[in-house]
Ligand binder design. Structure first.
Ligand code: PXG
Length: 287
């Protein structure tokens, strides 16, 4: 496996960065998870756009332009001969002296691109739907670490994932600081009620798959709204599903012990899954 590291391709065991990298020392860096299907990178510009927005706020100056980054992604996929891949982009603050201050770094961010595979949930869950719970770990307050920042500081979600795992569940709903439904640990959440699609509007990572589902809803003339959402609304929904680059679209059939709809993946969820699947195979950056 060849890893892109600062403009070079290096073998996996040689792809190393310093223990003084502030990404390791402080979680000071950004990342993206992207997929390619059948030699098409899905929503590449959107993922790179979000990466550069996070870097803008964190004031990380990437040595590559957005176009250069897109080219590097494609080159890495080609170097590894991968048609279907999971792509992990990482830009760290780079090496520096000890101490939080980014000024201690030498203004040389490390740029890493890994192309590999990822499976998040077993296939059966996509057919039968999954059961999730709400965990007590509250999603980051937007004025602390804004959930829109896809930074290397993912402990908020990891703590929630641990809580879910301890309780025997693969995924969990996180509430925001006010108690409204925010999102899951690595996925956005949607409900369908009386033919309308709803998804939380705030305190979330604005998922690219989420936007794709909102676009699909538009194409299918299904009304879709981004709104505040309570757990009660989730419990009484007709259908529920999660979206994410890694998870794609996965139906949810039980939440906190409450059966959703008739306890099976719903017809509209299946229709959206179908459309999404087609989009992944037909749209994207060719390589
Ligand atoms: N919410 C959170 C907190 C995420 O981390 C999503 C929603 C979905 O966003 P996208 O843009 O992917 O539709 C994410 C993305 C992993 C992994 O390694 C996690 C994500 C993406 C890829 C891989 O578990 N999370």
């Amino acid at each position: 496996m060849k890893i892109y590291l600062n403009g070079n391709f290096v073998e996996k065991d040689q792809a190393v960065v310093s223990v003084f990298d502030h990404g390791l020392l402080y979680g000071d860096g950004v990342f993206e998870g992207i997929r390619s299907y059948n030699s098409l990178v899905f929503k590449l510009d959107e993922h790179i756009g979000r990466l550069y927005e996070t870097m803008h706020t964190l004031m990380i100056r990437c040595p590559l332009s957005k176009e250069g980054m897109a080219q590097a992604v494609v080159d890495t996929l080609k170097a590894n001969n991968l048609k279907d891949a999971y792509i992990r982009l990482i830009v760290t603050r780079g090496e520096g002296d000890l101490g939080l201050d980014p000024k201690k770094c030498f203004d040389k961010p490390n740029v890493i691109i890994i192309t590999d595979k990822i499976t998040l949930y077993p296939e059966a869950l996509y057919n039968n739907g999954m059961e999730i719970i709400t965990v007590s770990t509250v999603r980051n307050h937007p004025e602390a670490i804004n959930p829109q920042l896809k930074s290397l500081n993912y402990l908020n979600n990891i703590l929630a994932k641990i809580e879910a795992g301890n309780a025997g569940y693969a995924e969990a709903i996180m509430l925001d600081h006010r108690g409204f439904v925010a999102e899951c640990t690595g996925d956005n959440i949607f409900i369908i009620k009386k033919g309308e699609i709803r998804t939380p509007s705030q305190g979330i990572l604005k998922g690219i798959t989420r936007q794709c589902v909102l676009d699909i809803a538009g194409e299918l003339s299904i009304p879709a709204t981004e709104c505040l959402m309570t757990r009660h609304e989730v419990y009484i929904a007709d259908e529920c599903f999660l979206t994410g680059t890694a998870a794609e679209i996965i139906p949810v059939v039980k939440v906190d012990g409450r059966v959703i709809g008739d306890g099976k993946p719903g017809p509209m969820t299946k229709q959206i899954m179908d459309k999404f699947h087609t989009a992944t195979l037909t749209q994207g950056t060719k390589y």
